[in-house]
Design a protein around this ligand. Sequence first.
Ligand SMILES: [Zn+2]
Length: 389
Amino acid sequence: MSFTMYVPTKILFGAGMLDELHKQELPGKKAMIVISNGKSTRANGYLTRTEEQLRLAGVKFVVFDKVQPNPVKDQVMEGAAFAKENGCDFVVALGGGSCIDSAKAIAIMAVNDGDLWDYVASGTGKKKPIANEPLSIVAISTTAGTGSEADAGCVVTNPETNEKLGIKTPVLFPKLCIEDTELMKSVPPTFTAYQGFDALSHSLEGYVSKFANLMSDMYAITAIENVGRYLARAVKDGSDMEAREHVAFGNILSGTVMCVGTTSSQHSLEHALSAYHENLPHGAGLIMLSRAYFTNLIEYHVCDDRFIRMAKAMGMEEAKNPMDFITMLEKFLQDCGVADLKMSDYGITPDEFPKMADNAMGPMGGLFACDRVQLTKKDCIAIYEKSYK
Ligand SMILES: [Zn+2]
């Protein structure tokens, strides 16, 4: 058992912490604020508050407001050109995982030549090293899901190749993360559930992966307890601050699980779904796959004790059987109101499954090596088919 623990991001956690931004040592003099192309960041006043904080800190800024829900390469390149034109020397991501991931990719391309795909280390990526250190990143998270605000990775889609691939390197750790649970109150119930399930998945996968270790286990189990026991409350009542805090805390811990451990092939299988169907939120895709994915793993009996421990963490203290985890997962999805999500509602058809299995195992195949059991293409197709409604 060995691991490397390196999570250098300074984290300000809790309701109202955005107001502390101006007191922090900021990593530059001119910020590029990255927000989504929707209305909510402005309508909720988050942008005005962030701008005011930067003014108080004596920092100039420009706003880039073009990030779409599943970030794509062309926008990243456009954002990088915008950062160069405006002479920005750091990036402030204000939003959910898509904004933070876009901001990280923009931070790379604002100071490096060529195309983002030159620096992607899998699939059709050209695997070049990142020559110049990316612009520093400040991440202000308005959702609890990806953990990207305090981890070293970003995921971007290349629509030309139908690849949804990540870049993971320590230079992408944000310098500062603000996890202000007050900002999460405005997330609607379904998205609270999707994002929360993403956070939960990072820890569930990390806990059963081949590279689980004492350090990742510690973070994963605590994350599963916090998200598993509080997400349904945050879904039912978005202003339940105690629930929001536990979910956000679990989200940060799950980000750390990915830094000191890994996720597993469920993420590759999902990225293939949303690479072909951009309208499918990542967390919704994970929800659809989760029952068949984990049941398949349980049937191999490679880590029964770990599934029993996860069932306990989710609230079944008397759990004895690995399938108790599936019982708790089903209950959790019911409680969060997302047990009946259908692939067909997103235009996915079963004839796509062989191509998606190839996509998951090919360009996005790295995570299969993190599994305790080597899935075959047949297994992948069977998981998709069992998950199909
Ligand atoms: Zn994820």
